[in-house]
Design a binder for this molecule. Structure first.
Ligand SMILES: Cc1cc2nc3c(=O)[nH]c(=O)nc-3n(C[C@H](O)[C@H](O)[C@H](O)COP(=O)(O)O)c2cc1C
Length: 198
């Protein structure tokens, strides 16, 4: 595992003091492929997701959790696309993030994706607080995941999140190493706040 001082250059350069987990969170591609994350630790992360807010408290989020070394992990990894295939198998855990798109009466849930995003944000911040890192991926073959797990019509796969312990950046293929070390950027606040009346 890298020293904390090795990770510090990846921290967010924030214009205001934020809570530690938000400053320290970023999305690594280099994971320690020997690091194990206990199921109990994943439960804590899922508990954070469970307590996210959602439209009408509908809680449309669903998850498929797979630890490295299981057939389920292999099935999720096989469904990842492009560069995600190259790095994500060294994460300790892969979690598929899904939504139940309609309620029990068949009514569409217009905020389902929004709600899932919040739940995954909670999960990722809790993971960070526990000293783990995470990396969300939209680059996944949704049909392949649905087929692998026999998922029904109303379940929609939106993303996968990898969770693990950061590893050796120099072990990545060069194209990924470059991305891993590229400066982290964000739009300025005055670009994202369209109007602020005080
Ligand atoms: C919905 C979503 C989909 C993403 N898809 C991918 C992906 O397929 N592959 C990847 O390497 N990163 C993916 N990312 C990670 C983003 O590229 C990353 O969060 C962004 O560049 C900001 O970097 P940071 O998380 O390190 O701050 C995704 C993130 C989100 C939220």
């Amino acid at each position: 595992m890298p020293l904390a001082s090795d990770l510090a250059p990846r921290f967010a350069q924030t214009d205001a003091p934020l809570i530690g987990a938000l400053v320290e969170r970023w999305s690594p591609r280099a994971y320690d492929r020997n690091a194990v994350v206990a199921p109990e630790t994943v439960q804590v992360m899922l508990e954070a997701a469970r307590w996210a807010p959602s439209a009408n408290n509908s809680q449309p989020w669903r998850f498929i959790v797979a630890h490295r070394g299981t057939p389920e992990f292999t099935a999720i990894h096989d469904a990842l696309m492009g560069f995600n295939q190259v790095w994500a198998d060294s994460a300790a855990v892969l979690i598929v993030n899904l939504v139940e798109t309609a309620d029990a009466e068949g009514r569409e849930r217009p905020f389902a994706a929004y709600d899932l995003g919040q739940a995954v944000a909670h999960l990722s911040v809790q993971a960070q607080h526990l000293g783990l890192h995470s990396h969300q991926m939209g680059g996944v073959d949704r049909d392949a995941v649905k087929a692998a797990f026999g998922l029904g019509e109303t379940l929609q796969v939106l993303s996968v999140i990898a969770v693990g312990v950061p590893g050796d950046v120099d072990a990545l293929p060069e194209a990924l190493r470059e991305r891993e070390l590229a400066p982290r950027t964000r739009l300025a606040l005055d670009e994202i706040v369209l109007r602020s009346a005080a």
